[in-house]
Design a protein around this ligand. Sequence first.
Ligand SMILES: [Zn+2]
Length: 191
Amino acid sequence: MSKKPSNRLNSNGYKIAFLTCFMVAALSRPAAAQSLCTLTSNPRGQPMGNAPPAAVGQVNQILQVLGYRTNIVAVYQGNVGNAAAIPSPPRIVYNPYFMNQLQMSGVATPVSVLAHEVGHFVGPLQRHQNPQVRELDADCISGIAMRRMGASLQQAVHAQVLMPSGGSPTHPPTQQRINAITKGFQTQSCP
Ligand SMILES: [Zn+2]
């Protein structure tokens, strides 16, 4: 993994990109607090299809600051509980209402979710058999990316703070996830 802090974004560029992206889906709906990356059906029937260019651009910027080529991960809005990374072909699917809820707490918060999902494609431990290890690996990667994009540590962990969880068979408890994001943010290294 490249460690050079390339393509650092200024906070305004960041803000504009996300406002553009998520004001398109700016219908406020109550979002259930769910752990990241779960796949659940949504009774409302979320709009399916290509993500807005701003969201695609954010995923590409995340790839770029991590030292990867752009456009190697497709981005869709879709019928998922919150957000998911799906292999073959590599794609991120996010629920636009979930992301809009996060965006209300700060423009960087949805970016951290996208960075976590990118982590599922580029993290060094993504072939580990324990799903909790894979989640913490993706969290660590998101910490690296968020710092390189100019976010604060508080912004990098905020999505986790908003959705406290004692953990599940696939997802570690919130504090472990915050610790993994913090490690990536501070050390710029995973695992
Ligand atoms: Zn995940």
